[in-house]
Design a protein. Sequence first.
Lengths: 132, 116
Amino acid sequence: MSQSTAGASSGKPKARPKYLDLRQLSMDQPIPAVVSIMHRISGAALFLFLPFLLCMLEREAFIAATAASLGVIAKLLLLALLFAYVYHFCAGIRFLLLDKHIGVEREAARLSAKIVLGASVVLTLLIGVKVW
Amino acid sequence: MVKRNVVGAHYGLRDWIAQRATAVYMVLYSVIFVLVSLAIPSEHLSLRAVLTAPCMRFLTLLFFLTLCYHAWIGVRDIFMDYVKPLGLRLALHVAAILVLIGYAAWAAKILLLLGA
């Protein structure tokens, strides 16, 4: 706002707000940006595969079939969705803390982004080992 | 003439709060789910055993309802960011609302028919 008015008063061409097309940005981004877009992708994946998860729930609840008796593809898909959930969970907590203005400085934000990535991998493996 | 300030419907802030409130509930539920799983002896441990533990059916139903509300706000934001043609965007919004209501009903059915 203040930039554009300053530009107009001094007669120079206005510094117009740059339109960033999110679809054309590469993945060569700072870690917090990667964590942010992965949060969106994992959320979209969870939404898209929600019917699959409800099928699994129905199967376990009524046939009492365990996750161990699943086929390889279903197991891998479940593991990927487990990671998506755990990742969305960890990154979501980070965003809640950022909303509370906790850890907004650059170094802290980079560190917490790394922690989110590491913690979600470790938690996924722990839960995966426990379930299978 | 009535002078009005057009300031929007304020649903942005309401949804912002709702998205975070539902997120906090899902975090709490996830922790409770893990604690209940750990409390059940491993020879009796099953998804069914966790879901039929005291209060868990209600908490799980609440989890799925908050999840659907949370997912609605999330996918709506994605459509608003990436889908520019208005007609297509509205169609996707309607489709998302319908499937999410269906998923909520599906989850409720599973939980109600789970048996004691």
